[in-house]
Design a protein around this ligand. Sequence first.
Ligand SMILES: [Zn+2]
Length: 294
Amino acid sequence: MNGESEHAEIGIIGGSGFYRMKGIEDSHYIELDTPFGKPTERILLGKIWGKPFAFISRHGIGHRYNPSEVNYRANLFALKMLGVSKLLSVAAVGSLKEEMKPMDLVIWDQYFDNTFKRAKTFFEDGVVAHVSMAEPTCECLSRLAYEKAKAMGLGVHKGGTLFIMEGPQFSSKGESFTYRKLGFDVIGMTQVPECKLARELEMCYLPLSFVTDYDCWHEEEEPVTVDMVIEYLNKNVENAGKLVQDIIGDIDKEDPTCNCSSALQYSIITNPDSISNATYKKLEPIIGKYIKPK
Ligand SMILES: [Zn+2]
């Protein structure tokens, strides 16, 4: 890593269908390695409105990793190494509510995590931290995204609960009806553990979840198929690309009132003297702000 061209405060994670940022000048790809392994794809660095950003394709270009296989820790740690503090996470979701229609945007503010086959924390191997997930997303970025999406004419919903399933299979009707009864709004497979890891990295996390389908509960709609998902996906990707640019245009206009950037302040419970040098070295980009080397 060297120089200004490899630093970006804004991070973007592209979901299904969203593998590249189009129309970006002066962009280039870099390879990064992290203590948690290799990210799922090379990272694209470029500028939007003169502001540097780093973009990564969550599933890899060509969609090579299923939701359980994505190395979320490597993806987010790599972005942290580049200086990312604001993370825009684009994902495809299914809707569990009539009013959240295909091609609508849902900026959810709660989740229910039902995944079981993925690493969800950076804090292990002799260092423990308990960050708060009471409010898992960034309210400041969510407000901005809502305004920008409205101005674009998108159907947009602010708030709601995302149910996160392991996948890769879609839901059964039995599951889908149950999730609806429990009051969940949308269903996805990837934005947890992403938002948990972003919190541990003290990043502002903005979920931009675009609806592709009604899962399989809707009586008048056909059950979800990959073809259907892809069709809405392509339209959503176009909208997502434009929305991301609009958000970035105004991303630093207001002073943030969120607490995202100090999430770890009182969260590391391990006595600093008990942290081994190897673990400290591995986590220094995260904990170096609070704990000095021995
Ligand atoms: Zn924030």
